[in-house]
Design a protein around this ligand. Sequence first.
Ligand SMILES: [Zn+2]
Length: 1012
Amino acid sequence: MRSHSFIIKIFALLALFLIAGSILASDRPDQPGRSPAQPVDDEYTRKILEYTTKPYFKSPLVDYLPASPTVPTPKAVLGDIAGAPGKLPYSAEVYRYMRMLEKATPRVRVYSIGTTEEGREMIAVAVGSDENIAKLEENRARLAKLADPRTINMDDSTADTLVTESTPIYYITGTIHSPETGAPTALMELAYRIAVDDSPYIKTIRDNVITLITPIVEVDGRDRMADVYNWHLAHPGENYPPLLYWGKYVAHDNNRDAMGLTLKLSENILNTYLHWKAQVLHDLHESVPYLYDNTIGDEPYNAWLDPILTDEWQLLGWKNVSEMTKFGMPGVFTHGTFDTWSPGYLMFMAATHNGISRLYETFGNGGADTVERELQPGEYERTWYRQNPPMPKTLWSQRNNNNYEQTGLLISLHFFAENSKMFLHNFYLKSKRSILKPQNEGPAAYVFPADDPRLVDQAALLRLLQRQGCEISRAREAFTVDIPVRRPPRGPEEGAPAAGGDGQQPRRPQPKTEAHTFPAGSYIVRMDQPYSRIADMLLDYQYWSPTDPQRSPYDDTGWTFGELFNVKVVRVTQPKVLEAPVERVQGEVKASSAVNGNGTVFLVNNAAEPALIQLRYRLKSAEISVAEDPFEASGHKYNRGSFIIHKVDAAEMARVATDLGIQAAAADSAPSVKSHPARAARIAILHSWQATQTEGWWRMALDKLGIPYEYISTQKVAKDSDLNLKFDVILFPPVGRGGPQQIIAGLPMWGNPLPWKKTSLTPNMGTDDSTDDIRPGLGWTGLENLQRFVQRGGLLVTVMDTSDLAVEYGLTQGVSIARPQRLKLVGSVIKSRLVDGASPIAYGYDDGVSIYSFQGPIFNVSNSVGGRGGRRFQPEGEERTTGRGTRGDPDTPQGRPTADIPEEPRSEAWQATPLTDEQRRNNVGLIPPVYRPRVVFRYADNRELLVSGLVDGGTEIAQHAAVIDVPVDRGHIVLFSNNPIWRGETIGSYSMVFNAIVNFDNLNAGRKLDEK
Ligand SMILES: [Zn+2]
């Protein structure tokens, strides 16, 4: 037995030697390569080489795995190596491994950082030298001082000492996008390498950086993706369903939530980043061959960033590319097409909080299959920023992906370790410069006036800033500062000449500022704080030039939060604002609530805030009526749509008012104003199986407000011929994929069924809704059922592409949609105008509210079926025909008596042109006045259309209807061109939908009918 085991040992050593012989050994800290003194795990190493499809898809950093007698490799959990084909671990397996590491070595610690919407755990794993990990807290305390230089009196020499003593934190996050599957195994192996590898190169990292890892950001989506992959393995040769739900609410957009912070993953990552005072947030994605370091990106750069950061991007990005290029790894590049304008990406949490944002796109196969991949020319062609492009065609494996991810990360970590003092000093400088903002570039503060009529939503926006880490102050007394005089916008329609020069009259000088007094109790977001940058970025205005060289914005171009929340926010540049007597707000900002007066009837004003619909559902047994006209009571003014509440006891009213932060007034009797009952409508949110993301933002909004609804699919609608039995209101948010035809047709029925449901093989699927086959769509029956639902008195709310569906398939009458020719409206904040303030949909709104629009459908309205709407009279600026007289005269045909020219009916772009007697005669398409589309909001005139973002060719949509209420038989269809519920950012337009819901059976209130 003894000699036998001896022989095995000899063979093992020999094998080790053979493998090790091909591996670069290095004892230099600046060069990668295994430590000559440390054995490699030969079996693991052999598998790395086996699963890597070409020699040039690996590097000297990852072509071996060091062996440890005490620390388990990822194989302990995976049964194979990281990145092995056919294995996609669940979150539980990934976590189990990280906790095994924690048990086996003092160099690893695992922290629970919160849970997901579905209750799954999120973790962060810290890896570093024994000493760095043992002294994490002391280090964190030092970093906290660098993060807030006010704590060291902005003293640079104290900062220098802290920098010398501190170790930076590099935070890596994996697989936020669930079909991008490689990161978890790459990060398991990375943690092992940093903890175990004794090569001087890795030791440099371990000693000089604390690597923090969240291996899975979207945990709910990861487990579902593992299900889908396992289903695919169990059904070889069949199509497998696309990953429909990633997180509970949204898919890809989970990486657009860094502004609104509505998702648990955003909250948990930001809290971790801020708690640790990390210097980097590096997010891993997979959609580009082979490693696109999009950190540097392309212009336009976000305008609020410290230039120190954008220089750091260049440093890190190019270091990454040049080192991997030297390793001979093809397809590694930076720059590319990604613009860094929007701060909505997860990684941007670092950019907006004085750190460094980074992102890799590596290449993935959407699972763990090894697949022959063929690229498109745009992907493999050489360009100035991609001198060593990917291969046009190659066999690609998940191990290749893991090699690229780890190699890039290790190079970055090493560069960061070597320059840790510079990066820490930069961190301090950026934090300090954020505090110096008022004296430097400004502004000095943003003021939220106490006399804003929308204090509930004001508080909501202030709470968002608090979650972003901002400090909020409140004025103890009134204060006066100079603020800019707002001039009416000068737009393309005016073509006003520039002042002065060329002999033109110089413009009369106008005062640039005016003194303004803000009342006591106004909130102040001071810019002399470390996280001033994120507040400035969210509250300021954005302008994306139509002539910008960047032709395809990567995401939304405008987001001004004060506008989208419909609350007043005043940008103040005068540093004097910082002298206003204030107190720091302790705890969450909350609107003050009260029930004033005595009596059994309660009055609540409608200020178009979501709190009002919450009230309807919270006071379940109360009788609530809605005022159709403005009224006054006890000296207070109430808008149309205000609530008059009966049959609720005072204690309950007080409790709910406190919860919602609203003001109510008690009265002995109801005011004498025309009103109608507000019943708690039974709501459904309708989704297609084509895509479930954009509607996910709607579900989330209702869930957060506690508004009950049933979640139904187009397939369910197709099977239910009496939807009115269960629902009063069906919300059909945008599908965002395929258009109206595909919503109806669904996916082609050839091939195999594509189930989305919970089974023992797929335990994480089908949680919110399920089907045996996602392919069938709404179908003609479904369309008919929706039509019947409306005809019998239901309310259907449609938005963007579902409005397109309602119009194109004839559910509405008198509305048509013009196709844009050169309109470019890319996720912008747009000004609307109020057309019919008596419509219940407009209750509580002032004129000029900002809305979010993304290439919204261009509505035209008409008084006859089949009419295309639009102006009948000669468009402005167009010439009369050639003839007698001056330009303004009529022509006079010769040789017959002159005839009076009848006056053409005139209308605006949002109106239906009145029909002439000629057109009305025997016109079967003539819509009776009671069924004509009622335009409630329209897009503003072109010159004032843009609030924030990008509008080009705006004349095509300017002035056209934005929100239309179409009466259909006994019910209504409300069509939206804007998206009123988007990414938790558009709180100000939520009430357009909620008003419709609350007044679903009285939408004709206040309506003035045409005479003929
Ligand atoms: Zn991605």
